[in-house]
Write a protein that binds this ligand. Sequence first.
Ligand SMILES: [Zn+2]
Length: 510
Amino acid sequence: MTAINFVDVNDNDAIFEGSGWDAVIVVTPSLDAIAFDEISLLASHGANIDARIGRSATLLFAPGLAGGRLIISPLLNPQDDIQDVRAYADAARKGLAIAKEAGAIKPLLVVAPHSAEKYQQSLAVSALACGQELWQALERREALGLKPQMQAIGLLVSDQQAQVLNAIETGRHLARDLCGTEPERMSAPMFAQYCQQAFADSGLAIEVVEDRDVLERDYPLLSAVGRSSFAVPRHQPRVVKLEYCGEGEIERSYFFAGKGVVYDTGGADIKVAGGMAGMSRDKGGAAAVAGLMKTLSLLKPKGIRVVAELGLVRNSIGSEAFVTDEIITSHAGVRVRIGNTDAEGRLVLADLLSHLRLKAADAVNAQLFSVATLTGHVVRAYGGYTAVVENAVARDQQVGERLQAVGEAWGEPLELSRLRREDYQKIVDPSAAADIISSNNAPSSVTARGHQYPAAFLLQASGLQQHGLSSAKPLAYSHVDIAGSATEGDPLYGKPTATPLVALFNHLCQ
Ligand SMILES: [Zn+2]
């Protein structure tokens, strides 16, 4: 099953009966903002007998319109300063849900604009919200042989706009599948295989590292996390490498490390008191990066090169499990004391980043990113929002600020956190036996600066610290913590969001 299919509709008559569409969903800041006379007339007549019309999403019997169904879904308080473009997403989802319940399978989505600058992407955000609403869990699709819930969604956009939205949604669909699936169906080898299938004939280069000797040599920290999983062949780690190279002269290069902890028991520092449930979603970073690569492979933007490494590993527990206190030398040659085996994501990322660092060193205008469901602290600090923590080079280039602006416009808002000198104090190994320690030995959610200081660790353990502002080769690096934003709704089993795919894609293609 592919993602939903957005179809460009160039003809305003598509709102009428006989056009082939079976419902008209209007997402609008107010009844006055609807540009179609036939629709606003029906809506204002309807509002005379039903006060809900214009206040909440409602279905009107609409003879003469496509499918005889008109769904008006208004924005809630669009004029409020605190409101953002997600008001459109909310309204689109409510409207679509009603259309689905009513039996529509080919609705036409009409989005009435709002003059405020913050709503400039209202149409795209509304359309993508439909994709989020309609995604069904992979296990359920496979078990029941489910088909997509909608045949198509019509949009009053150009062919090119529809193409972009389809590509973004296809990437998000892949990301949700990879993130949201249970730990056997989406074990590390199965995750890698799912990627191989998704990227077959895509034009992207894909390589899967699975040999234990190679993994232990090239990804020693990642392999420590996966040490006890090697005993079970179907749980063994994988590293997936993806590379996209656009046509024409390369003007910018991007490097992504994705955390793909397919299951996190906590390891020897085992998660207790019910803390393990939902830990199959600890692969949202790798999933979002894979989805981003899928979108790129479909749209083939020119002049950019994008390299990704996904670290897929199960943090198992067993007689071979790595333990706290061990000292392990990272790929970059930094001797890392393990502070807590449940702080495994940063270990996985550090080796991936070290490989990317070597590639970035001779790349044109390189920017590096790590994307991970990394800390409970980010959830504590920001709730459902993504955090970006960047090094001085990235800050100098305003990478985080740009990402924040584009995320805000496209309905994936994020918070900028500042890396501070105290964050480096937290990774000093008290015994001095190791170069650094990976973490303190308490949950990040009760640790001050618990989502900021891991960026200090990532910079040191990956060797990126050597590429600061005053170095011969400064490298911009931004760490993106999506622990709060990778899923929505239920804290354990909510729907994956594919965040921050949309913000990153638009950042790359700006
Ligand atoms: Zn963990």
